[in-house]
Design a protein around this ligand. Structure first.
Ligand code: FES
Length: 241
């Protein structure tokens, strides 16, 4: 696992926090804890062929696991370019900046599929959290083009880094930092925001044991590639309110 915590030991022996923005010029956080790099993995289909950004169907829910085998994320090609450099706040009030979508049209985004309210998440049996595209109505808010968690009707705006626009969610969905390469391939490289992964592993221990054979196995980090599927092919039922 490649994981950096953005701390640097100075020649004097003191330790300072290095902002992600100082490392790659694109990501910003008040402290390094809101941005963590993991093993860089390529998004591939079930046969192992690279997912090409230009072939993603707009407004369709796709999913892939990252950075753990049990943490499922939502991938979207939105109908238009996202906003850029959106200031977000986690539940503690810490600000960070979401840089925007990738791909030729700057419309490709990925977010953690774990709702930070009470950890409703994308899963194989029934999924209550997903994107509702143009013209789709939701009980959560009047806006379309939103990710809605149907458990308590929180709505997130994926055009703006999944800022909360309705409901009890205390903070945005964490985002997956994607790289789009010249050959049109997509790679997951980091997580930005408060991801709630540890709370998720703790809260769903029995379910994870049943599905993966134990918490340790569920926590295993993805390496090299991650399979990307349409949400409808991943889960038995998508429930949207
Ligand atoms: S768990 Fe998602 S809104 Fe409550």
């Amino acid at each position: 696992m490649q994981r950096r915590n953005f701390l640097k030991v100075l020649a004097t022996g003191s330790v300072i926090a290095i902002y992600p923005s100082m490392i790659d010029g694109t990501l910003h956080a008040d402290d390094g804890t809101l941005f963590e790099t993991y093993e860089k993995v390529q998004l591939v289909d079930e046969e192992g062929n690279p997912i090409l950004a230009s072939t993603l169907e707009k407004e369709k829910n796709y999913v892939f696991n990252y950075p753990h085998v049990a943490t499922t994320c939502i991938l979207l090609a939105l109908p238009r370019a996202t906003d850029t450099k959106v200031t977000l706040k986690d539940e503690d009030g810490t600000e960070y900046i979401w840089n925007g979508g990738v791909g030729k049209e700057k419309n490709i985004v990925a977010y953690s599929g774990i709702c930070p309210h009470q950890l409703t998440h994308v899963n194989k049996s029934d999924t209550f959290i997903s994107y509702l595209g143009t013209g789709k109505k939701t009980m959560a808010c009047k806006q379309d083009n939103v990710i809605v968690c149907g458990s308590h009707l929180s709505a997130y705006d994926p055009q703006k880094g999944c800022k909360v626009i309705a409901g009890p969610a205390p903070q945005p969905l964490a985002s997956v930092v994607l790289e789009h390469h010249e050959d049109d391939t997509l790679w997951a490289v980091a997580i930005l925001g408060n991801d709630k992964f540890q709370q998720f592993f703790k809260a769903f221990k029995p379910e994870l044991k049943e599905q993966f054979g134990g918490k340790r196995k569920a926590k295993k980090m993805l390496k090299n590639t991650t399979t990307t599927l349409a949400l409808a092919d991943y889960t038995k039922e998508v429930i949207q309110y």
